[in-house]
Design a protein around this ligand. Sequence first.
Ligand SMILES: Nc1ncnc2c1ncn2[C@@H]1O[C@H](COP(=O)(O)OP(=O)(O)OP(=O)(O)O)[C@@H](O)[C@H]1O
Ligand SMILES: O=P(O)(O)OC[C@H]1O[C@](O)(CO)[C@@H](O)[C@@H]1O
Ligand SMILES: [Mg+2]
Length: 520
Amino acid sequence: MESLSPAIISVVPARLPSYRPNSNRNRKRFVRVHAENTRPPPSAGAAAIDYSDPQWKSMFQKEFESRFSIPHLTDIFEDAATLPSTFCLRMRSPTEDFADGYPSDEKWHGYINNNDRVLLKVIKFSSPASAGAECIDPDCSWVEQWVHRAGPREKIYFKPEEVKAAIVTCGGLCPGLNDVIRQIVITLEIYGVKKIAGIPFGYRGFADKDLREIPLPRNVVQNAHLSGGSLLGVSRGGPSVSDIVDSMEERGINMLFVLGGNGTHAGANAIHNECRKRRLTVAVVGVPKTIDNDILLMDKTFGFDTAVEEAQRAINSAYIEAHSAYRGIGIVKLMGRSSGFIAMHASLASGQVDICLIPEVSFNLRGPHGVLDHLKYILGKKGSAVVCVAEGAGQDFLQETKAKDASGNIVLGDIGVYLQQEIKRYFNEMGTPADVKYIDPTYMIRAVRANASDGILCAVLGQNAVHGAFAGYSGITVGISNTHYVYLPIPEVISYPRVVDPNSRMWHRCLTSTGQPDFL
Ligand SMILES: Nc1ncnc2c1ncn2[C@@H]1O[C@H](COP(=O)(O)OP(=O)(O)OP(=O)(O)O)[C@@H](O)[C@H]1O
Ligand SMILES: O=P(O)(O)OC[C@H]1O[C@](O)(CO)[C@@H](O)[C@@H]1O
Ligand SMILES: [Mg+2]
């Protein structure tokens, strides 16, 4: 039986090697310099294509188009029947005339054509030396990369009365989960779906006989967005893919909306594949949930803005504590297992941080260029200092725990506690103690409700998830790319975590704000 273990299910798609301008080996090859924040791991590589071939551009585009094509029910059911969409944008009040649902007979519906596309990369770099350059060939030629536009289609592949939709939220909490659940339910109801169930506590809820699915009529979700967390509950780990699909078959679920991060999406993709293997008419659609903002190809994921905003309170408290103390140092730890987006953005936004430490940028603690010497300098100059550290930063300093959570994620050591101890020790050793206060607001930040801008993002993503399912797509996820909403094949967005590029303009903006040097 296939296990839902991270080690077993590979979703890494074929990738092209990065272009290194000075490498002869690469000069003859079809290459690609990866996006700011989206560098692949060194192991990711695939067949190279000779770009001296005059056809290289069209070949690249063809390959890109096939990588970003989104799976559809007609891939396995060629003659799948369609019906006119029951989703209508011009709505009437549901009076007695429309007691059974909204009418769909207006002339203008605002539907999306299946051939509509969104441009994934919008900057034309003129040189590989340009900041953040994403070049495909050494001349940095402009190559259009189009992805599928999200939204309601004129024809749908599911009869609303035959749909049983389920929603599941997995992984850690994130502001906005309830907003997305709510919007999925509301949109399903507009299509005319009556059977909507919440799966309790993540994938676990599919197999645990003690957990009952939660009926989700509109009145249950109406005010859900007013509080943080997930009304369905979340969990890590869980049953095998085949057990999940068995359970879906037993329950008659033919639309599954999966809210979660990289791991959850790997699971969603495996569920989609298993459904195909069993030739089930099922749509599996993901909505990326990660407070860490570590999903590829998207402007951002929901909850991230809220987290950055909420982090301001902790940073400000650290600043006040530090500033009010004699030789005070405030340390704030923020989430970010492998990427430091929250710490970077929160530091930049606050303007109160003197040192920002993220997993992507190595640092020395001791020595002439170390963090501790710089803290001594700041204390001498300003009298107090604030350090903002992402949880995944500086793990080299900590003893590896070897422990893993139920999903197989490594349990990290507490860099915040370590920094506090080391900073205290350093200043004590010098005979000039510092007053060090450590704030860990991570779970407080994660539990808040979404702010207004995340609320809107959640609403649009939730709606588009439902549109995607009714349009017959499966094994897809929804995202915002260059301010437009798109459908992407799951493997493309989770092939590796999105990380901060230390050479990016954003990281340098952050450094400009903190004034910190390189700590190496
Ligand atoms: N490679 C994988 N294949 C199938 N299922 C997976 C895989 N990795 C994780 N999962 C399952 O997905 C669920 C969530 O995974 P995980 O705990 O890693 O959270 P996540 O979705 O990455 O979110 P977060 O951003 O909070 O870490 C778990 O039930 C886990 O068993
Ligand atoms: O303690 P938990 O619930 O496993 O979640 C912690 C993890 O969640 C994340 O925010 C991802 O959602 C990571 O940055 C962090 O390591
Ligand atoms: Mg994860």
